[in-house]
Design a protein around this ligand. Structure first.
Ligand SMILES: [Zn+2]
Ligand SMILES: [Zn+2]
Length: 259
């Protein structure tokens, strides 16, 4: 029984500087597949996640997109490069993209515009999208709806909304990927969403190096720890962890179009 970490940042220096060890520990923990998220914030280093996927073709796939934090750096040149990179067969999704009105690192109007432009690329290339949303639930759903994101569907990553949001997102073709946050004591709304999420629409991720699950909270997160998130979801739902592993593994392959 294996695990698929559907969202982590292997090109972050905290992981990349010890990548062989990180991948070995993941392997030992049963994490046989990893999606490394490519963050297009400038032309420099824009292929780093893809390069990791090419170096570890059996274990790692990649994505490419501009994070809402970096929306103010998005321009025609970056868009053209995202398009070019996305043609690579190791690229399984566009993103992460979306809205983050909690940090507001980029102006909100620009975040919305960049989200819309990337959904258009995904629809053109027929790739699913990975959505980052924080403190912008209504606006995120509105844009997904207006831009017909349902045509490609995808993932609400690091799910941190409630059960109602999960239901609306699923109606738009978006499954929920739960991170280590679900193991935190104060995360009742997210835990409730994890309990009620249909089993064919549930994924697990680390978002490493961020957000390590209990008992590693506060430390550098890494793919090996995704097992703790799966175990917590099984405990919350009162099912065997094998069931969560099997279903989330299948779901990840389906969403990313992998066999
Ligand atoms: Zn994110
Ligand atoms: Zn991320």
């Amino acid at each position: 029984m294996y695990l698929f970490d559907t969202h982590c940042h292997l090109d972050d220096p905290r992981l990349f500087e010890q990548l062989d060890e990180v991948l070995a520990r993941a392997d030992a923990a049963g994490v046989k597949k990893i999606a490394s998220i490519g963050c297009a914030r400038s032309l420099d280093g824009i292929r780093s996640a893809l390069e990791i996927a090419h170096a570890h073709p059996d274990r790692v796939v990649a994505t490419i997109g501009t994070h809402p934090h970096d929306a103010e750096h998005y321009d025609d040149a970056i868009e053209a490069e995202i398009r070019a990179i996305a043609e690579d067969p190791k690229i399984v999704a566009i993103g992460e993209l979306g809205l983050d009105f909690y940090y507001d690192n980029s102006p909100r109007e620009q975040q919305k515009e960049v989200m819309r432009r990337q959904i258009a690329i995904a629809r053109e290339l027929k790739l699913p999208i990975i959505v980052h949303t924080r403190s912008a639930a209504a606006e995120t759903l509105e844009i997904l709806r207006e831009e017909n994101a349902r045509d490609v569907g995808g993932i609400i990553h690091c799910f941190s909304e409630d059960r109602d949001f999960a239901k609306e997102a699923l109606e738009l073709g978006f499954v929920a990927s739960f991170s280590g946050i679900v193991t935190f004591k104060n995360a009742q709304a997210i835990q409730e969403a994890a309990i009620h999420q249909p089993l064919d629409a549930l994924l697990v991720e680390t978002d490493a190096p961020y957000l390590a699950p209990v008992p590693f909270r506060g430390k550098t997160n890494e793919p090996a720890y995704v097992a703790h998130t799966a175990a917590k979801i099984a405990e919350l739902r009162g099912v065997d962890v094998e069931e969560i592993l099997e279903r989330s593994w299948e779901n990840a392959h389906r969403v990313f179009g992998l066999s």
